[in-house]
Design a protein around this ligand. Structure first.
Ligand SMILES: *Cc1c(COP(=O)(O)O)cnc(C)c1O
Length: 375
């Protein structure tokens, strides 16, 4: 047995003929940069998300950096984000000489705590970056309320939740990434909508921001060789756009397959008090970028070793809270502000999660887990 966390090969084989011919077509046309597939993909993704502007870029990390550049934030401005995320979210804040202010997360959904955001606001705060972690939206009702009250920008990091729906208590439903001022996503191969290399996108419903972002991704240039602002070079290659155009129509079905696998895990572990299965936030659909449990009184390393001996992969997302990372040691923070992330880093475990998990595989995985836990 060899059960990986992600299985891109089996997924590819199901769409192979279409993908291969689209890629061959790109090579045939030699429009490797900004080809027809890029233009079409932007429109198709905008329609899917119901977003006014979609601008593609080189990866999800660039998307976050470019979003903050477009907001015109100045060195020393504070940007609040979560302590429990992939480093890209907070790294880009620091890279732009802004001050990252990391706050604790909600113990049930693992997404940024609105109460912790409110407490962290100072006169220097300019923006909030909630992360829709593991496939589930943060509480965008509360976050947008806080942002409006304090006149802050909101950039949604939806690298792990493309396709998730947020249903507001006000009655509307919107796609993750289209609620704040700007949304950012990644098409890294293992993400829910992955290409065959690096890729990313930025979305906004604001015309002015859309225009700025389009300019920044392309050296601050609208008319060739006339540069209006300092920008970067960040592009989605045509080959990747071609792959994404094949995969986008399958995204809902891919996310449903992830949800079905998560439901199987939930049922298998329902009677085991030592395995706390992921809570479903009532305002968001969950697209399960990761299936992440909390272990109660289980030796995590022992369980991982046992699973490995059975050929089952597992992973810890994330083993170290960002405030404890060496990279952030120069910043001012209070050790006691992170009780939830500190605990999660010690107790979370993620199981294989992808679009290709069949019932037999899921049974084998869950039996292997329960065998160790002793149920
Ligand atoms: C993957 C990821 C990113 C970065 O995306 P890349 O395309 O790898 O640069 C940013 N934020 C989160 C939460 C991610 O999971």
């Amino acid at each position: 047995m060899n059960i990986p966390m992600v299985d891109l090969k089996s997924q590819y084989l199901k769409i192979k003929s279409e993908v291969d011919s689209k890629i061959a077509n790109v090579i045939e046309n030699t429009a490797f940069v900004n080809g027809e597939d890029v233009k079409e993909f932007k429109k198709e993704l905008a329609t899917y998300l119901n977003a006014k502007h979609v601008i593609t870029c080189g990866n999800g990390t660039d998307a976050l950096q470019i979003a903050m550049m477009a907001l015109g934030l100045k060195a020393g401005d504070e940007v609040i984000s979560t302590d429990f995320t992939f480093i890209a979210t907070v790294e880009t804040i620091a890279l732009l000489q802004l001050t990252p202010v990391m706050v604790d997360v909600d113990p049930e959904t693992f997404t940024i705590s609105p109460e912790a955001i409110e407490k962290a606001i100072t006169p220097k705060t300019k923006a909030i970056i909630p992360v829709h972690l593991f496939g589930q939206c943060a509480d965008m009702d509360r976050i947008m309320e806080i942002a409006e009250k304090h006149n802050l920008y909101v950039i949604e990091d939806t690298a792990q939740a493309i396709g998730s729906d947020f249903s507001s208590e006000k009655g509307w439903t919107k796609k993750a990434g289209t609620i704040g001022h700007i949304g950012c996503t990644s098409f890294f191969p293992s993400k829910n909508l992955g290409c065959y290399g690096d890729g990313g996108a930025i979305f906004t419903n604001d015309d002015e921001l859309g225009e700025k972002i389009s300019s920044i991704v392309n050296h601050g240039m609208k008319v060739r060789y006339y540069h209006d602002r300092i920008g970067v070079n960040s592009r989605l290659d045509t080959v990747h756009a071609a792959v994404l155009r094949v995969k986008l129509p399958h995204l809902d079905e891919y996310n449903a397959a992830r949800r079905a696998a998560a439901d199987y895990y939930d049922r298998a572990f329902a009677d085991c008090d030592m395995l706390i299965t992921p809570q479903r936030f009532k305002k968001s659909t969950h697209t399960f970028h990761q299936y992440t449990m909390i272990l109660k009184g289980v030796d995590r390393e022992g369980l991982q070793a046992h699973l490995k001996s059975k050929g089952v992969s597992s992973a810890v997302y994330y083993p170290v809270a960002l405030h404890n990372q060496k990279a952030f040691q120069g910043y001012d923070y209070n050790e006691n502000d992170y009780p939830v992330t500190d605990e999660l880093c010690k107790t979370v475990l993620s199981l294989p999660m992808n679009t290709e998990l069949d019932q037999d595989t899921l049974k084998y995985i869950t039996d292997s887990v329960l065998e160790f836990v002793g149920v």
